[in-house]
Design a protein. Structure first.
Length: 451
Protein backbone atom coordinates (compact mmCIF):
# COMPACT_ATOMS: atom_id res chain seq x y z
CA UNK A 1 0.00 0.00 0.00
CA UNK A 2 1.16 3.56 -0.71
CA UNK A 3 2.78 6.13 1.55
CA UNK A 4 1.12 9.55 1.60
CA UNK A 5 2.31 13.05 2.38
CA UNK A 6 -0.69 14.98 3.73
CA UNK A 7 -1.17 18.68 4.47
CA UNK A 8 -3.83 20.71 6.24
CA UNK A 9 -3.21 24.38 5.42
CA UNK A 10 -5.12 26.37 8.02
CA UNK A 11 -5.45 30.11 8.46
CA UNK A 12 -2.76 30.10 11.16
CA UNK A 13 -0.86 26.80 10.99
CA UNK A 14 0.08 24.36 8.24
CA UNK A 15 0.13 20.75 9.47
CA UNK A 16 1.87 17.87 7.74
CA UNK A 17 1.70 14.07 8.13
CA UNK A 18 3.52 11.20 6.48
CA UNK A 19 1.29 8.12 6.60
CA UNK A 20 2.24 4.55 5.72
CA UNK A 21 -1.03 2.78 4.96
CA UNK A 22 0.60 -0.66 4.83
CA UNK A 23 2.05 -0.55 8.33
CA UNK A 24 -0.85 1.68 9.43
CA UNK A 25 1.49 4.15 11.07
CA UNK A 26 2.10 7.88 11.08
CA UNK A 27 5.78 8.18 10.23
CA UNK A 28 6.13 11.91 10.89
CA UNK A 29 4.15 14.93 12.08
CA UNK A 30 5.17 18.58 11.80
CA UNK A 31 3.67 22.08 11.63
CA UNK A 32 4.67 25.66 10.89
CA UNK A 33 3.01 29.01 10.37
CA UNK A 34 0.82 29.32 7.27
CA UNK A 35 2.28 31.78 4.76
CA UNK A 36 -0.98 32.75 3.04
CA UNK A 37 -0.11 36.47 2.91
CA UNK A 38 2.90 35.71 0.68
CA UNK A 39 3.02 32.22 -0.82
CA UNK A 40 1.30 29.22 0.79
CA UNK A 41 3.88 26.85 -0.70
CA UNK A 42 6.57 28.45 1.51
CA UNK A 43 4.80 27.22 4.65
CA UNK A 44 4.43 23.77 3.11
CA UNK A 45 8.14 23.63 2.33
CA UNK A 46 8.95 24.60 5.94
CA UNK A 47 6.81 21.72 7.20
CA UNK A 48 8.50 19.35 4.76
CA UNK A 49 11.90 20.51 6.01
CA UNK A 50 10.92 19.49 9.55
CA UNK A 51 10.11 15.99 8.26
CA UNK A 52 13.15 15.77 6.00
CA UNK A 53 14.79 12.90 7.91
CA UNK A 54 11.79 10.70 7.11
CA UNK A 55 11.10 12.08 3.62
CA UNK A 56 14.64 11.19 2.57
CA UNK A 57 14.11 7.57 3.57
CA UNK A 58 10.71 6.81 1.99
CA UNK A 59 9.04 7.04 -1.41
CA UNK A 60 5.95 9.27 -1.35
CA UNK A 61 3.28 7.84 -3.65
CA UNK A 62 0.89 10.80 -3.39
CA UNK A 63 0.78 14.26 -1.84
CA UNK A 64 -2.68 15.52 -0.84
CA UNK A 65 -3.97 18.67 0.85
CA UNK A 66 -7.01 20.20 2.47
CA UNK A 67 -7.16 23.91 3.32
CA UNK A 68 -9.08 26.57 5.17
CA UNK A 69 -6.54 29.30 4.39
CA UNK A 70 -7.59 32.70 3.03
CA UNK A 71 -10.95 32.48 4.76
CA UNK A 72 -11.79 28.96 3.63
CA UNK A 73 -14.90 28.45 1.49
CA UNK A 74 -17.24 31.43 2.03
CA UNK A 75 -20.83 31.16 0.83
CA UNK A 76 -24.10 33.06 0.81
CA UNK A 77 -27.36 31.09 1.20
CA UNK A 78 -30.69 32.37 -0.12
CA UNK A 79 -33.97 30.53 0.50
CA UNK A 80 -37.70 31.00 1.00
CA UNK A 81 -38.75 30.01 4.55
CA UNK A 82 -36.08 30.35 7.28
CA UNK A 83 -36.77 26.99 8.92
CA UNK A 84 -37.22 25.08 5.66
CA UNK A 85 -35.58 25.88 2.30
CA UNK A 86 -33.13 28.41 3.78
CA UNK A 87 -32.14 25.95 6.48
CA UNK A 88 -31.75 23.22 3.83
CA UNK A 89 -29.50 25.51 1.79
CA UNK A 90 -27.43 26.40 4.86
CA UNK A 91 -27.02 22.74 5.82
CA UNK A 92 -25.88 21.98 2.26
CA UNK A 93 -23.21 24.69 2.57
CA UNK A 94 -22.03 23.40 5.94
CA UNK A 95 -21.89 19.79 4.76
CA UNK A 96 -19.61 20.88 1.89
CA UNK A 97 -17.24 22.47 4.39
CA UNK A 98 -18.28 26.09 3.84
CA UNK A 99 -18.72 29.04 6.14
CA UNK A 100 -22.03 30.85 5.51
CA UNK A 101 -21.27 34.57 5.71
CA UNK A 102 -24.83 35.71 4.88
CA UNK A 103 -28.21 33.92 4.85
CA UNK A 104 -31.44 35.45 3.52
CA UNK A 105 -35.08 34.31 3.47
CA UNK A 106 -38.14 35.47 1.49
CA UNK A 107 -37.80 38.18 -1.17
CA UNK A 108 -34.47 39.98 -1.15
CA UNK A 109 -34.65 43.70 -0.34
CA UNK A 110 -32.25 46.42 -1.43
CA UNK A 111 -30.18 46.37 1.77
CA UNK A 112 -29.67 42.64 1.38
CA UNK A 113 -28.72 43.04 -2.27
CA UNK A 114 -26.17 45.69 -1.29
CA UNK A 115 -24.70 43.25 1.26
CA UNK A 116 -24.49 40.51 -1.37
CA UNK A 117 -22.86 42.90 -3.81
CA UNK A 118 -20.16 43.94 -1.34
CA UNK A 119 -19.63 40.50 0.21
CA UNK A 120 -16.40 38.74 -0.63
CA UNK A 121 -18.16 35.43 -1.17
CA UNK A 122 -16.90 32.47 -3.19
CA UNK A 123 -20.31 31.00 -4.11
CA UNK A 124 -23.98 31.91 -3.68
CA UNK A 125 -26.48 29.08 -3.22
CA UNK A 126 -30.00 30.00 -4.35
CA UNK A 127 -32.90 27.81 -3.25
CA UNK A 128 -36.61 28.21 -2.68
CA UNK A 129 -39.83 26.28 -3.01
CA UNK A 130 -40.41 22.55 -3.04
CA UNK A 131 -40.61 20.92 -6.48
CA UNK A 132 -43.86 22.19 -7.95
CA UNK A 133 -44.33 24.65 -5.09
CA UNK A 134 -43.73 28.39 -4.76
CA UNK A 135 -42.12 30.00 -7.83
CA UNK A 136 -42.68 33.73 -7.28
CA UNK A 137 -40.02 34.29 -4.61
CA UNK A 138 -37.20 32.32 -6.21
CA UNK A 139 -37.77 33.97 -9.60
CA UNK A 140 -37.76 37.40 -7.97
CA UNK A 141 -34.55 36.62 -6.11
CA UNK A 142 -32.89 35.20 -9.23
CA UNK A 143 -33.63 38.39 -11.20
CA UNK A 144 -32.34 40.59 -8.39
CA UNK A 145 -29.12 38.58 -7.93
CA UNK A 146 -28.46 38.42 -11.69
CA UNK A 147 -28.85 42.21 -11.93
CA UNK A 148 -25.83 42.55 -9.65
CA UNK A 149 -23.60 40.76 -12.18
CA UNK A 150 -21.82 38.98 -9.31
CA UNK A 151 -18.19 38.01 -9.70
CA UNK A 152 -18.82 34.72 -7.91
CA UNK A 153 -20.71 31.71 -9.35
CA UNK A 154 -24.31 30.87 -8.47
CA UNK A 155 -25.68 27.41 -7.69
CA UNK A 156 -29.43 26.90 -8.12
CA UNK A 157 -30.93 24.17 -5.95
CA UNK A 158 -34.59 25.13 -5.72
CA UNK A 159 -37.96 24.34 -7.28
CA UNK A 160 -37.22 22.34 -10.44
CA UNK A 161 -40.40 23.68 -12.11
CA UNK A 162 -38.63 26.98 -12.86
CA UNK A 163 -35.11 25.70 -13.45
CA UNK A 164 -35.24 26.57 -17.17
CA UNK A 165 -36.40 30.11 -16.38
CA UNK A 166 -33.63 30.49 -13.80
CA UNK A 167 -31.06 29.40 -16.37
CA UNK A 168 -32.37 31.97 -18.85
CA UNK A 169 -32.27 34.78 -16.26
CA UNK A 170 -28.60 34.25 -15.44
CA UNK A 171 -27.61 33.53 -19.05
CA UNK A 172 -29.08 36.85 -20.16
CA UNK A 173 -26.90 38.63 -17.61
CA UNK A 174 -23.79 36.56 -18.48
CA UNK A 175 -23.60 35.14 -14.95
CA UNK A 176 -22.05 31.77 -14.12
CA UNK A 177 -24.77 29.35 -13.00
CA UNK A 178 -24.78 25.66 -12.08
CA UNK A 179 -27.98 23.74 -11.37
CA UNK A 180 -28.54 20.67 -9.20
CA UNK A 181 -31.46 18.89 -7.58
CA UNK A 182 -33.61 20.75 -5.05
CA UNK A 183 -32.16 20.73 -1.52
CA UNK A 184 -35.75 20.33 -0.23
CA UNK A 185 -37.77 18.62 -2.99
CA UNK A 186 -40.74 17.92 -0.73
CA UNK A 187 -41.81 19.44 2.58
CA UNK A 188 -39.41 18.54 5.39
CA UNK A 189 -37.14 16.35 3.23
CA UNK A 190 -33.45 17.27 3.05
CA UNK A 191 -31.53 16.27 -0.09
CA UNK A 192 -28.06 17.83 -0.18
CA UNK A 193 -25.73 15.17 -1.63
CA UNK A 194 -25.71 16.47 -5.21
CA UNK A 195 -25.53 20.10 -4.09
CA UNK A 196 -22.59 19.29 -1.80
CA UNK A 197 -20.81 17.59 -4.69
CA UNK A 198 -21.39 20.58 -6.99
CA UNK A 199 -20.04 22.97 -4.34
CA UNK A 200 -16.87 20.93 -3.92
CA UNK A 201 -16.33 20.56 -7.67
CA UNK A 202 -16.84 24.26 -8.22
CA UNK A 203 -14.40 25.10 -5.46
CA UNK A 204 -11.76 22.83 -6.94
CA UNK A 205 -12.20 24.07 -10.50
CA UNK A 206 -12.43 27.80 -10.01
CA UNK A 207 -12.15 29.03 -6.44
CA UNK A 208 -8.65 27.65 -5.96
CA UNK A 209 -7.44 29.88 -8.78
CA UNK A 210 -9.26 32.89 -7.35
CA UNK A 211 -7.57 32.38 -3.97
CA UNK A 212 -4.13 32.11 -5.51
CA UNK A 213 -3.75 28.45 -4.56
CA UNK A 214 -3.33 27.09 -8.08
CA UNK A 215 0.50 27.19 -7.87
CA UNK A 216 0.26 24.44 -5.26
CA UNK A 217 -0.63 22.04 -8.06
CA UNK A 218 3.08 21.94 -8.81
CA UNK A 219 3.86 20.27 -5.48
CA UNK A 220 0.58 18.41 -4.85
CA UNK A 221 -1.08 15.49 -6.60
CA UNK A 222 -4.55 16.51 -5.52
CA UNK A 223 -6.21 19.52 -3.87
CA UNK A 224 -9.08 18.57 -1.58
CA UNK A 225 -10.80 21.60 -0.12
CA UNK A 226 -11.91 22.75 2.35
CA UNK A 227 -10.57 21.33 5.63
CA UNK A 228 -13.98 20.84 7.33
CA UNK A 229 -14.94 18.38 4.57
CA UNK A 230 -11.90 16.28 5.40
CA UNK A 231 -12.67 16.46 9.13
CA UNK A 232 -16.25 15.34 8.48
CA UNK A 233 -15.10 12.38 6.37
CA UNK A 234 -12.75 11.26 9.15
CA UNK A 235 -15.45 11.60 11.84
CA UNK A 236 -18.03 9.67 9.81
CA UNK A 237 -15.50 6.85 9.37
CA UNK A 238 -14.54 6.93 13.04
CA UNK A 239 -18.19 6.83 14.10
CA UNK A 240 -19.70 4.32 11.68
CA UNK A 241 -16.70 2.12 10.95
CA UNK A 242 -16.55 -0.23 7.96
CA UNK A 243 -17.93 -3.66 7.11
CA UNK A 244 -14.98 -5.31 8.82
CA UNK A 245 -13.84 -2.73 11.37
CA UNK A 246 -16.11 -1.39 14.11
CA UNK A 247 -16.36 2.36 14.71
CA UNK A 248 -16.92 4.23 17.97
CA UNK A 249 -20.66 4.71 17.44
CA UNK A 250 -22.58 7.98 17.75
CA UNK A 251 -20.30 10.91 18.55
CA UNK A 252 -19.84 14.67 18.64
CA UNK A 253 -16.71 16.68 17.89
CA UNK A 254 -15.79 20.25 18.75
CA UNK A 255 -13.17 22.06 16.65
CA UNK A 256 -12.18 25.40 18.19
CA UNK A 257 -10.10 27.90 16.28
CA UNK A 258 -9.12 31.54 16.43
CA UNK A 259 -12.11 32.80 14.42
CA UNK A 260 -14.71 30.00 14.36
CA UNK A 261 -15.96 26.99 16.27
CA UNK A 262 -17.20 23.95 14.32
CA UNK A 263 -19.50 21.36 15.90
CA UNK A 264 -20.07 17.93 14.35
CA UNK A 265 -22.61 15.28 15.33
CA UNK A 266 -22.65 11.84 13.72
CA UNK A 267 -25.61 9.56 14.45
CA UNK A 268 -26.62 6.13 13.22
CA UNK A 269 -30.37 6.77 13.39
CA UNK A 270 -32.81 9.64 13.82
CA UNK A 271 -33.98 9.89 17.45
CA UNK A 272 -37.42 11.07 18.52
CA UNK A 273 -38.41 10.42 22.16
CA UNK A 274 -40.75 11.73 24.88
CA UNK A 275 -43.82 10.97 22.72
CA UNK A 276 -42.91 14.15 20.87
CA UNK A 277 -43.92 15.25 17.43
CA UNK A 278 -41.35 16.73 15.08
CA UNK A 279 -41.32 20.32 13.90
CA UNK A 280 -39.48 21.70 10.87
CA UNK A 281 -36.82 20.21 8.63
CA UNK A 282 -35.35 16.88 9.77
CA UNK A 283 -31.61 17.43 10.04
CA UNK A 284 -28.95 15.13 8.55
CA UNK A 285 -27.51 12.27 10.59
CA UNK A 286 -24.03 13.59 9.73
CA UNK A 287 -24.28 17.25 10.66
CA UNK A 288 -21.78 20.08 10.81
CA UNK A 289 -22.43 23.59 12.02
CA UNK A 290 -19.96 26.47 12.11
CA UNK A 291 -20.20 29.52 14.34
CA UNK A 292 -18.35 32.39 12.68
CA UNK A 293 -18.60 34.60 15.77
CA UNK A 294 -16.97 32.17 18.21
CA UNK A 295 -13.19 31.84 18.49
CA UNK A 296 -10.34 32.52 20.89
CA UNK A 297 -8.61 35.22 18.81
CA UNK A 298 -10.45 37.01 16.01
CA UNK A 299 -13.82 36.51 17.74
CA UNK A 300 -12.68 36.63 21.38
CA UNK A 301 -14.38 39.94 22.18
CA UNK A 302 -17.71 38.69 20.85
CA UNK A 303 -17.44 35.49 22.92
CA UNK A 304 -16.77 37.51 26.07
CA UNK A 305 -19.72 39.79 25.34
CA UNK A 306 -22.03 36.79 24.99
CA UNK A 307 -20.77 35.49 28.36
CA UNK A 308 -20.53 38.87 30.13
CA UNK A 309 -22.31 37.61 33.25
CA UNK A 310 -19.84 34.80 33.91
CA UNK A 311 -17.68 35.15 37.02
CA UNK A 312 -14.56 34.39 34.98
CA UNK A 313 -15.25 37.43 32.79
CA UNK A 314 -13.21 39.61 35.14
CA UNK A 315 -10.59 42.35 34.94
CA UNK A 316 -7.87 39.84 34.07
CA UNK A 317 -9.91 38.61 31.10
CA UNK A 318 -10.63 42.21 30.02
CA UNK A 319 -6.92 43.01 30.02
CA UNK A 320 -6.22 39.87 28.00
CA UNK A 321 -8.89 40.78 25.46
CA UNK A 322 -7.34 44.22 25.07
CA UNK A 323 -3.94 42.67 24.37
CA UNK A 324 -5.53 40.46 21.71
CA UNK A 325 -7.23 43.51 20.20
CA UNK A 326 -3.88 45.30 19.93
CA UNK A 327 -2.13 42.27 18.43
CA UNK A 328 -4.02 39.17 17.26
CA UNK A 329 -0.77 37.24 17.25
CA UNK A 330 0.38 38.26 20.72
CA UNK A 331 1.51 35.61 23.19
CA UNK A 332 -1.39 33.47 24.32
CA UNK A 333 -2.36 32.70 27.90
CA UNK A 334 -3.34 28.98 27.99
CA UNK A 335 -5.48 29.44 31.12
CA UNK A 336 -7.51 32.32 29.70
CA UNK A 337 -7.67 30.67 26.28
CA UNK A 338 -9.17 27.63 28.02
CA UNK A 339 -11.88 29.81 29.53
CA UNK A 340 -12.64 31.33 26.13
CA UNK A 341 -12.63 27.84 24.60
CA UNK A 342 -15.10 26.57 27.21
CA UNK A 343 -17.44 29.46 26.40
CA UNK A 344 -17.10 28.74 22.67
CA UNK A 345 -17.95 25.09 23.32
CA UNK A 346 -21.02 25.88 25.41
CA UNK A 347 -22.52 28.44 23.02
CA UNK A 348 -21.71 26.50 19.82
CA UNK A 349 -23.13 23.22 21.13
CA UNK A 350 -26.31 24.88 22.37
CA UNK A 351 -26.80 26.32 18.87
CA UNK A 352 -26.06 22.95 17.25
CA UNK A 353 -28.40 20.79 19.34
CA UNK A 354 -32.14 20.30 18.95
CA UNK A 355 -34.88 21.66 21.19
CA UNK A 356 -38.00 20.41 22.93
CA UNK A 357 -40.96 22.80 22.90
CA UNK A 358 -44.17 22.55 24.92
CA UNK A 359 -47.42 23.56 23.23
CA UNK A 360 -50.68 24.14 25.10
CA UNK A 361 -54.08 23.74 23.45
CA UNK A 362 -57.67 22.81 24.34
CA UNK A 363 -56.67 19.22 23.53
CA UNK A 364 -53.97 19.26 26.20
CA UNK A 365 -50.19 19.59 26.32
CA UNK A 366 -48.13 18.59 23.30
CA UNK A 367 -44.35 18.25 22.99
CA UNK A 368 -42.46 19.00 19.77
CA UNK A 369 -38.84 18.40 18.89
CA UNK A 370 -36.87 20.46 16.40
CA UNK A 371 -33.32 19.59 15.40
CA UNK A 372 -31.25 16.65 16.65
CA UNK A 373 -31.65 14.87 19.98
CA UNK A 374 -28.08 14.35 21.26
CA UNK A 375 -28.90 13.28 24.82
CA UNK A 376 -27.70 9.71 24.26
CA UNK A 377 -24.46 10.69 22.51
CA UNK A 378 -21.65 9.99 24.96
CA UNK A 379 -18.41 10.19 22.94
CA UNK A 380 -17.11 13.74 22.38
CA UNK A 381 -13.86 14.51 20.56
CA UNK A 382 -11.92 17.73 21.03
CA UNK A 383 -10.03 19.20 18.06
CA UNK A 384 -7.98 22.38 17.73
CA UNK A 385 -5.17 24.27 19.41
CA UNK A 386 -7.11 25.71 22.40
CA UNK A 387 -8.03 22.15 23.44
CA UNK A 388 -4.69 20.54 22.60
CA UNK A 389 -2.72 23.14 24.57
CA UNK A 390 -5.10 23.33 27.53
CA UNK A 391 -3.99 21.81 30.85
CA UNK A 392 -7.56 20.62 31.41
CA UNK A 393 -9.24 19.87 28.05
CA UNK A 394 -11.88 17.71 29.75
CA UNK A 395 -13.16 20.76 31.62
CA UNK A 396 -13.70 22.47 28.27
CA UNK A 397 -15.44 19.45 26.73
CA UNK A 398 -17.71 19.10 29.77
CA UNK A 399 -19.43 22.25 28.50
CA UNK A 400 -21.04 19.95 25.92
CA UNK A 401 -23.21 18.49 28.70
CA UNK A 402 -26.87 19.41 29.00
CA UNK A 403 -27.40 22.29 31.39
CA UNK A 404 -30.00 21.63 34.13
CA UNK A 405 -31.07 25.27 33.75
CA UNK A 406 -31.96 24.68 30.08
CA UNK A 407 -33.19 21.06 29.89
CA UNK A 408 -35.04 21.79 26.65
CA UNK A 409 -31.69 21.94 24.79
CA UNK A 410 -31.02 18.32 23.77
CA UNK A 411 -27.30 17.99 24.56
CA UNK A 412 -25.62 14.85 26.00
CA UNK A 413 -26.46 13.74 29.55
CA UNK A 414 -22.99 12.25 30.06
CA UNK A 415 -19.81 12.12 28.01
CA UNK A 416 -16.58 10.23 27.41
CA UNK A 417 -14.03 12.84 26.37
CA UNK A 418 -11.43 12.22 23.65
CA UNK A 419 -8.72 14.49 22.24
CA UNK A 420 -7.08 14.72 18.82
CA UNK A 421 -3.83 15.37 20.66
CA UNK A 422 -1.57 15.29 17.59
CA UNK A 423 -4.06 17.06 15.30
CA UNK A 424 -4.30 14.18 12.80
CA UNK A 425 -8.05 14.03 12.06
CA UNK A 426 -8.11 16.70 9.33
CA UNK A 427 -5.23 15.14 7.37
CA UNK A 428 -6.40 11.55 7.79
CA UNK A 429 -9.82 12.48 6.43
CA UNK A 430 -8.11 12.86 3.05
CA UNK A 431 -7.57 9.09 3.02
CA UNK A 432 -10.93 8.03 4.51
CA UNK A 433 -12.40 6.88 1.20
CA UNK A 434 -9.13 5.50 -0.20
CA UNK A 435 -8.11 3.26 2.71
CA UNK A 436 -11.06 3.16 5.14
CA UNK A 437 -10.03 0.14 7.25
CA UNK A 438 -6.43 1.24 7.64
CA UNK A 439 -7.31 4.87 8.36
CA UNK A 440 -9.97 3.85 10.87
CA UNK A 441 -7.45 1.82 12.85
CA UNK A 442 -4.96 4.71 12.75
CA UNK A 443 -7.66 7.11 13.95
CA UNK A 444 -8.68 4.86 16.84
CA UNK A 445 -5.07 4.66 18.02
CA UNK A 446 -4.46 8.39 17.78
CA UNK A 447 -7.70 9.83 19.20
CA UNK A 448 -6.87 9.57 22.89
CA UNK A 449 -9.40 9.15 25.69
CA UNK A 450 -9.05 11.76 28.43
CA UNK A 451 -9.11 10.28 31.92
Amino acid sequence: MPIYLLFDVGSTYTKGLIVDTQSETILAIANDMTTSSTDISIGIEKVKAKMRNILDKVYIDQTLMCSSAKGGLKMIAVGLVPDLTLKAATLACYSAGAKVIHAYAFQLNQNELDEINSAQADILLLSGGTDGGNTEVVLHNAKQIASLHPSFPIIYAGNKAVQDEIKAIFKNENCELLCCENVMPTYGVLQVDECRSVIRDLFLKSIIKAKGLSKLAEVLDELILPTPSSVLEALILLSKGTKTEEGLGDLMAIDIGGATTDVYSINKTFILKDNAGYKGLQEPLDKRSVEGDLGVRFSAHNVAELMKNEIENDELMSAYLESIKRDLYSSNDPKLDSILASWCTQIACERHAGRLEISYSPMGISTYQSGKDLRDVSKVIGIGGPLIHSKDPKRILNKVLRNPKTPEILLPDKIEAYLDQKYVISCLGLLASRHPNEVLRILKRNVEKIK
